[in-house]
Design a protein around this ligand. Sequence first.
Ligand SMILES: [Fe+2]
Ligand SMILES: [Fe+2]
Length: 179
Amino acid sequence: MCAAPASIAVFEFLDSTHREIQAQIRQLHALVDAIESRGLNTATREQARRVLDYFNGEARQHHLDEEKHIFPALLGSQDAEIVQATEHLIQDHGWLEENWIQIAPSLEAATSGNLWFDTVELRHALDVFEALYTDHLLLEESVAYPEAKKRLAGLNTIGMGREMAKRRALKSDEARARR
Ligand SMILES: [Fe+2]
Ligand SMILES: [Fe+2]
């Protein structure tokens, strides 16, 4: 009886993380706009720190959640398109990490008040990051999540949800400790 609600909760959590990723990308655009027009100040430095922490923490955790709990079930599918889409999504996580590594050092500099980076290059890297994320989230929501919902429907996913929440709590403790 509790398997279905827990399964729904896991996917609600994953969907809400997608909305948050999109919101953080919008924040990142707003941050680049603000730096270009007014330079760095206390507000932009703090904003840079928040976005940096989000993509270093939550977003990476989200990729790990999918690789651990969602994608393995799909890789076992008899449907070649599902397997191919899943392999594509796993590869995307690698590309997103590469893109993030292009962006993060500029934000790290911004948090310390250093404006050595080129905002035009930062904006270009952000556009690439956003385009890849947009396609990635769309493929997950249209193909991977609906298929995973079917495959996990009969299973008890309470442990899965707990594990996702626990790793996130540990990560936010680490982020707080670093400040
Ligand atoms: Fe993903
Ligand atoms: Fe995702």
